[in-house]
Ligand binder design. Structure first.
Ligand SMILES: *Cc1c(COP(=O)(O)O)cnc(C)c1O
Length: 490
């Protein structure tokens, strides 16, 4: 199946590309994104068939439905990475926490956050096709905490790929920083930046625009790719686990085939919930996607008022930092699907030039058929963590944002699956604040131990080991030295 561009074609690039091209070179005409030309429809036979198959078989069939130009050996090798999750037959288990409320736990992979669900197999496929083409790619990533560790983990020592990962010094949790600076791989470079996440991201943008940097890459025969969720190679793996949620509810006799469910996702760059949108279009019986945000409530405004307005808005730093975002990239794929390329370009140009866009009421109507949205603040999140722990379920601050959506957005009496995007171990100081109802500034190490002993939990070895591992990347630099630092690494 071919892939086309959300903002139309500029007459220079190919009008349609294959999957492998779309993931190696994810930037498309006019700054748009690649999307599948058609979305395959999978009927109820598909669901029935997969009641008795493994997660890997489910993933395989969904990838095949998109007719991607990747051979079976490469696909299978990628999917075998799910064997390294806690339960290899079930990488994202679905757990009941209330009568009509379930959690899809997406954090059972190597870096304990949901980014592994897609980045693990994606990294394997990207490297395989770069290698086959005899090409060398550079992936530049700026991270606020979860993408960095997951990208480094998946690409370490992979042929054909080099990764440079920037993080804001002091802007991540201890665990997140240690996951990056202790990661071993000759093709990896991790750099701390004096500045915040926005500074790190802007530094990357400037670098990508720098002619001397481009010349240097060309001289070394290195091409640029991307591993953030603008890459459809990540989105395709994020469709699979929404099918898994539905299958699990069927297997647990909680629903009957065809019964609709709510999917409730803590959202930032809109990749996770976009996977659910595609699953719904493919025929999965989803009543609606409930989109949860934190105080950076730009997505709530978009989905309730049909206005996307970042004028004069400042990013707030919250206790759910992976959702701190103003410009959410993947909404563009939904807009394309509903409004077409011409209108998408118009709206995105308006956002870039004027800082806002506004849907027609007809467009908003369609959006509202698929999505409802709300947001909650940190104090609501802390109280939610506390009240659920008192009833026997521990969740992280990102997952907790879903509860407001569950409590207020449902209009029908249907089962709801919320998505748990991080393990408590990644945000333990906040979780301990919630449990102790205090505002003490705990270190990760102290908080991990205290929570583990309070709730009689085990800290995963991969997290415990971090505190005794050698720091391999100790560079903290000023942004003006970034280009030289990267070139000397290359
Ligand atoms: C990345 C991330 C999110 C946001 O996911 P999107 O796909 O960007 O919407 C939410 N929670 C955690 C813990 C994350 O790492």
């Amino acid at each position: 199946m071919s892939f086309i561009e959300t903002r139309g074609n500029d007459g220079i690039r190919a009008k349609e590309v294959e999957f492998s091209d779309a993931i190696l070179n994810p930037s498309s005409s006019f700054g748009g994104l690649y999307v599948p030309k058609e979305i395959p429809i999978l009927g109820s036979e598909f669901i029935t068939k997969h009641l008795n198959t493994s997660y890997k078989e489910l993933a395989y069939d969904i990838l095949k439905a998109f007719k991607i130009d990747i051979d079976d050996d490469t696909i299978n090798e990628a999917l075998n990475l799910y064997d390294h999750f806690d339960d290899k037959s079930n990488p994202s288990p679905v757990v009941k926490i209330k009568d009509d409320l379930f959690v899809n736990e997406q954090y059972h992979g190597p870096t304990r956050a949901f980014k592994d669900m897609a980045l693990q197999p994606f990294g394997s496929i990207l490297s395989a096709i770069a290698k086959r083409r005899g090409e060398e790619y550079l992936i530049l990533a700026a991270t606020s905490g979860d993408t960095g560790p997951a990208a480094l983990n998946t690409f370490k020592n992979k042929e054909g790929i080099k990764v440079v990962c920037l993080y804001p010094d002091g802007g991540t949790s201890d665990v997140q920083r240690l996951q990056m600076v202790t990661e071993n791989g000759k093709n990896l470079k991790v750099i701390g930046i004096n500045g915040n996440f926005d500074d790190a991201q802007n530094a990357l943008k400037n670098l990508l625009a720098s002619q001397s940097f481009k010349d240097e890459l060309q001289k070394d025969g290195i091409k640029l790719s991307a591993a953030n969720s603008v890459n459809f190679g990540r989105i395709i793996f994020q469709i699979v686990y929404h099918f898994q949620s539905y299958l699990e509810l069927l297997r647990q006799n909680e629903i009957t085939l065809g019964e609709k469910i709510y999917i409730n996702v803590p959202s930032g760059n809109f990749g996770n919930v976009l996977g659910a949108y595609y699953a719904q279009k493919m025929g999965l019986p989803i009543e609606k996607m409930l989109v949860a945000s934190n105080e950076n409530n730009i997505l709530t405004q978009w989905l309730t008022l049909g206005i996307y307005d970042i004028r004069g808005k400042e990013l707030k730093l919250t206790k759910s930092p992976a959702m701190d975002i103003l410009k959410s990239s993947n909404i563009e794929r939904v807009i394309y699907d509903i409004c077409g390329a011409f209108r998408t370009k118009e709206l995105m140009d308006s956002l870039n030039e004027k800082g806002y866009f506004e849907h027609t009421s007809a467009e908003l109507e369609v959006l509202k058929q698929h999505f409802s949205a709300t947001f909650s603040d940190d104090s609501y999140g802390l109280k939610t963590i506390k009240s659920f722990v008192d009833n026997g379920y521990l969740m992280d601050p990102h997952t907790a944002t879903c509860i407001k959506a569950y409590d207020t957005l449902k209009t029908k009496n249907l089962k709801t699956v919320i998505y748990s995007t991080a393990e408590w171990t990644k945000f333990s100081p906040t979780v301990l604040n919630a449990l102790n109802e205090d505002e003490v500034n705990y270190s990760d190490e102290v908080a991990l131990k205290e929570i583990a002993s309070k709730l009689d939990l085990e800290i995963p070895t991969s997290i415990n080991e971090l505190f005794n591992s050698e720091v391999l990347h100790d560079k903290i630099i000023d942004i003006e030295n970034l280009e030289n630092e990267i070139i000397s690494f290359l």
